[in-house]
Design a protein around this ligand. Structure first.
Ligand code: ARG
Length: 463
């Protein structure tokens, strides 16, 4: 039997492999709620415009409500020979309400229908992700506030560079996640236009009201060009690009957790709740959650790459290639949702080892810059020269295997006779971070203010 939705000019059924490659119901059934909402808005508009009789529009609406509850109850039978969610719903509607069902597809095509459904889906997803990202920011800022003065080694090239505070480090991620939310919000603004009514590609001869359907579905306005409306997947590419950048941020954080919790560093502890054991090595505590957060970035970026390559070279308007926009997107967004939740969980769970952190912060002559800055301030030395003098002192300390603050004053004076006793006051890591009071700097007072500002913005009253 040929397809009952479009089989008029067909005399026989598709090859089994044709059906297999063509059908999307296996994955696009996830769009059922959006599809039904779109159809309800369309039917109501057709009724209001007198394009279909009022009682037909009502019958369609009732039938669609029944279908929604059937799908939600798990009693709806999805059929692959009906290809996709759109035709599965419409076919069931015909069973439920009879003839009026055949009027629903007036002034509409699956091309504008799927574009509408998918925009609604992506919009809902972006809203849910934004709430999760806000929660992650809260977790980070709360932990940062608790550790605004906990000194840790700051790294460049993963070499100990200058002491920073753990709170400052965590607040860096609050900023990154803030930009992620900004990217999603920005993409959401652009995607919030309604393609419904573009029909197959050229618009329609029926007197439809596109503003009415756009408003009913919470869109800001209808899309302005029917060809663009059915062939545009920018909203997928943009949101997946935002998702990819976000996933990369979380992956960087995850990598830090892996490093910090490694016994060779041992700067941070994760509790049993976020650690796994080894089946052979009884001593092991593995940061699997962090590793998987790191790895999921791969599949999210993969989904972005896939849609970019699918769209590249597609002539206007719709082509079936575009059906490939969905699976990767569904997968990427659920992966992102999971990694955000796992990251927030780890942030709340992890505790820094303040003693080890402070000790590590002082290693590798991390306060050398403080010494150079002291020479500039106290002796009015040009910074370049101060850098050189400090380098000689570091070399001397390294030769003896002692930290900077253990170099006797007499030896410091061998290098620079004008150095006084008060130089020692700047050489501790705590003093170092306390002195970094420039805007955006690591001084505990700055970090506290930053964390409080964010928590207020996030609707959280700091403890
Ligand atoms: N399942 C299709 C998709 O996801 C719906 C649109 C089909 N349109 C068409 N002209 N065959 O893209």
């Amino acid at each position: 039997m040929s397809n009952k939705m479009w089989g008029g000019r067909f005399s026989s059924a598709p090859d089994a492999i044709m059906e297999e490659i063509n059908a999307s119901i296996g994955f696009d059934q996830r769009l059922y709620a959006q599809d039904i909402a779109g159809s309800k808005a369309h039917a109501a508009m057709l009724g209001a415009q007198g394009i279909v009789a009022a009682q037909d529009a009502e019958a369609i609406a009732r039938g669609l409500d029944t279908i929604l509850s059937e799908i939600e109850a798990g009693t709806f039978a999805f059929r692959r020979e009906l290809e996709d969610i759109h035709m599965n719903v419409e076919s069931r509607l015909a069973e439920l309400v009879g003839a009026p069902a055949g009027r629903l597809h007036t002034a509409r095509s699956r091309n504008d229908q799927v574009a509408t459904d998918f925009r609604l889906y992506v919009r809902d997803t972006v809203d849910a992700l934004d709430a999760q990202l806000a929660d992650l920011q809260r977790a980070l800022a709360q932990k940062a506030l608790a550790h605004a003065a906990t000194v840790m080694p700051g790294f460049t090239h993963l070499q100990t560079a200058q002491p920073v505070t753990f709170g400052h480090h965590l607040m860096a991620y609050v900023e990154m996640v803030g930009r992620d939310r900004g990217r999603f919000a920005d993409a959401r603004k652009r995607l919030n236009e309604c393609p419904l009514g573009a029909a197959a590609l050229a618009g329609t001869s029926f007197p439809i009201d596109r503003d009415a359907t756009a408003t009913a579905l919470g869109f800001d306005r209808p899309t302005a060009n029917s060809l663009d409306a059915v062939s545009d997947r920018d909203f997928v590419m943009e949101t997946l690009a935002a998702a990819s950048i976000c996933a990369i941020h979380l992956s960087r954080f995850a990598e830090e957790v892996v490093i910090w919790t490694s016994p060779s560093f041992a700067l941070v502890k994760l509790s049993d709740a976020f650690t796994t054991g080894s089946s052979i090595m009884p001593q092991k505590r593995n940061p699997d959650a962090a590793e998987l957060v790191r790895a999921k970035a791969g599949r999210i970026v993969g989904a972005l790459t896939a849609i970019l390559v699918v769209m590249k070279g597609l002539p206007l308007a719709y082509a079936k290639d575009m059906q490939e926009d969905k699976e990767g997107t569904f997968d990427a967004f659920s992966a992102l949702s999971l990694v955000i939740a796992a990251t927030a969980g780890m942030v709340r769970d992890l505790e820094p080892d303040a003693k080890r952190m402070e000790k590590a912060a002082g290693q590798g002559y991390s306060t050398a810059t403080d010494l150079a800055d002291w020479l500039v301030r106290a002796l009015d030395m040009p910074f370049r020269e101060a850098h050189h003098v400090t380098g000689r002192i570091v070399a001397l300390a390294a030769e003896r295997g002692i930290p900077l603050h253990k170099v006797p004053l007499a030896d410091l004076r061998q290098v620079e006779p004008r150095i006084g006793e008060d130089v020692f006051s700047v050489l501790s890591v705590a003093r170092s971070v306390r002195s970094r009071v420039s805007y955006g700097g690591t001084a505990p007072a700055r970090v506290r203010a930053q964390a409080k500002r964010w928590l207020k913005r996030l609707g959280d009253t700091p403890a």
